[in-house]
Write a protein that binds this ligand. Structure first.
Ligand code: 13P
Length: 329
């Protein structure tokens, strides 16, 4: 089955190879390093100094030796890099690259809900997925990524309730694997919500011996069909551990195929489509519209112009303490 990726992005006139050369030269001139999440275009991952999942990149941000970091990802990732490196200049290629999960949990609503729970006498700690704003991070006890969630949940004292924000699907999955009771915030990721269960069943039937891998941000009906549930780095580790050429159906952002192919080229990877129209075209909604705001041109421009830049805010200090104890200790 061919998957048509529809893009609303303007087609660039500029040669990608020239842009890559220009970026390489600007990195040296501006003393900058590029961090790129597995969900940005493969060509940006290829010119990055560090690539990875949210956990690795947050940790890598503390190892950067240059004075400037360009974070090709989404806004909360740039914010986390700044929080962990107050003295560095942190640039992001597009300020509008947000996150539907982060948007689903505004800090004032979270603070009001926490207040309501406290008024009811509930004894709880708040655990936030890293896909949240810094203002939300400053209101919580722990931050998790898909890569360390189980470990962090185990650090929450057993006599406390857990308020998990903002991803209800990841939260439900964590209830299942940790056995802890949680109060779930009703947020979700727009990309992981749209996989079509019918199409997944159809491709599985047509592909004997295939292995389904899905991100824990997917809803329960997708995870029930899944062989390997894991974040992006776990997926990469898994395909590297399988020697025999295998067909993997991958239910996460479609750019993830690039690092999988690089890590284990012996396999075939089929991105699980979103809802398919009667014409056979998919909605291409397995590409995150925010991640795909990152382009080589914008990486070049932000290096050249020294912006857009993530500015330090007072509440970053509190968020820093939570990020430090959750991701670095
Ligand atoms: P991981 O890369 O940590 O699996 O998370 C994916 C994601 O949600 C990025 O926004």
């Amino acid at each position: 089955m061919s998957l048509q990726i529809l893009s609303e992005r303007p087609v660039s006139e500029e040669d990608p190879l020239d842009l890559m050369d220009e970026i390489e030269a600007l990195k040296k001139e501006k003393d900058a390093s590029i961090l790129a999440h597995f969900y940005v275009d493969g060509e940006i991952q290829d010119i990055a100094d560090f690539t990875g999942d949210s956990l690795k990149l947050a940790r890598d941000a503390t190892k950067v030796t240059t004075s400037t970091i360009v974070f090709a990802g989404v806004h909360f990732m740039g914010e986390s890099a700044k929080i962990m490196n107050p003295e560095k200049r942190v640039l992001i290629p597009d300020m509008l690259a947000g996150c539907s999960l982060a948007d689903s949990c505004p800090p004032d609503q979270l603070a009001a809900f926490q207040e309501q729970l406290r008024a009811q006498g509930r004894d709880f700690q708040t655990v936030a997925y890293i896909n949240t704003s810094a203002a939300v991070k400053s209101l919580v006890d722990w931050i998790v990524t898909s890569g360390n969630a189980r470990e962090i949940i185990d650090r929450v004292p057993a006599d406390k309730e857990i308020l998990f924000v903002p991803d209800q699907h990841l939260g439900r999955y964590l209830i299942e694997v940790t056995g802890r009771k949680m109060i779930l915030w009703p947020g979700s990721c727009m990309v992981h919500e749209v996989f079509s269960i019918q199409d997944l069943i159809r491709i599985k039937k047509r592909t004997p011996g295939c292995v389904i891998m899905a991100h824990p941000e997917c809803p329960q009906n997708i995870l029930e069909l899944t062989d390997v549930v894991g974040g992006t780095e776990k997926m990469r580790q898994h395909v590297m551990s399988v020697e025999k050429p295998t067909t993997f159906l991958v239910a996460t952002e479609a750019a993830m195929i690039h690092p999988l192919q690089k890590a284990a080229p012996q396999h075939t990877y089929i991105p699980v489509p979103g809802i398919t129209a009667s014409t056979g075209e998919t909605c291409a909604c397995n590409r995150c519209p925010h991640m795909s705001r990152n382009t080589l041109q914008k990486v070049r421009d932000c290096l050249k112009n020294g912006g857009p830049e993530i500015e330090w805010k007072d509440y970053f200090q509190q968020a820093r303490a939570v990020l430090d104890k959750s991701l670095l200790k």
